[in-house]
Design a protein around this ligand. Structure first.
Ligand code: G3P
Ligand code: CA
Length: 242
């Protein structure tokens, strides 16, 4: 069972920051999920929203700012009210920093290419992965089958996962058609029958985003291969009890 820290250990530290990634690895997560957007100068950065406002001291669209402008912002101070610890001074990570961290801590990153990213993000991500030599340490995720197909056209060796949040009978077929190796459904869509069907089609199943230990136990019993959680420590504890 894979413990996947959602946006890092985002229940404990500001999402999608190096502090959240370090916390996740320290808690025993061997997998970390993060979200990608493109800057004005075509650099790939880890941030969930298409705008800077919620999680940084900046404003406006990420793709209208240069990397230098984005890196000047504070991405940790906003978390202050949720923690006694101060995370002020955290920056929006670059994909290069993330890949270096993955190598140093021997973790795998789920890289979600956000559907509202700027045009060309797939090219920038694949190029950065090739330059790093660490492409084997990532699984590219998207809600959009066209994005997964586009990644495969650029590099057929990339491992990909299809994110699903709409109840449908053909999730497995859609994942296979897109060329994904994993199906990554919202937790409430997972049933033992879906897991069995996915496994028969050669797909691994990773559910998101599960923070309640009871729901973790249900998904483990359903046979999923991995679970994403904002609290990887809770998942590690749940797994010890099984
Ligand atoms: O990658 C799974 C999950 O992260 C998708 O939702 O909004 O947290 O990116 P969101
Ligand atoms: Ca995500």
């Amino acid at each position: 069972m894979w413990v996947v820290a959602h946006r890092g250990a985002s229940g404990h530290a500001p999402e999608n920051t190096m502090a959240a990634f370090r916390r996740a690895a320290d808690m025993g997560a061997r997998f970390i999920e993060t979200d990608l957007h493109l800057t004005r100068d075509a650099r790939v950065v880890a941030i969930h929203d298409s705008t800077l406002d919620r999680t940084t001291t900046g404003h406006g669209l990420v793709h209208l700012r240069s990397l230098e402008e984005v890196r000047a912002l504070d991405a940790g101070a906003w978390f202050g009210s949720r923690s006694a610890e101060s995370f002020a001074g955290e920056r929006v990570p670059t994909l290069e920093e993330i890949l270096q961290f993955a190598k140093e801590r021997d973790v795998i990153f789920y890289l979600e290419i956000k559907s509202d990213s700027a045009w060309g993000v797939e090219h920038a991500v694949v190029a950065a992965l090739r330059d790093s030599g660490e492409a084997a340490r990532v699984i590219i995720l998207s809600f959009d089958p066209a994005t997964i197909e586009s990644v495969h056209r650029l590099d057929s060796t990339m491992m990909t996962g299809y994110l699903c949040e709409d109840p449908s009978n053909d999730l497995v077929e859609r994942s296979v058609r897109a060329g994904a190796r994993q199906i990554v459904p919202r937790g409430d869509l997972v049933t033992p029958a879906l897991v069995e069907k996915a496994h028969r089609a050669g797909l691994q199943v990773v559910a998101w985003t599960i923070n309640e230990p009871g729901q973790m136990q249900q998904l483990i019993a359903a046979g999923v291969d991995g679970i994403m959680s904002d609290y990887p420590d809770r998942l590690v504890s749940a797994l010890r009890k099984t």
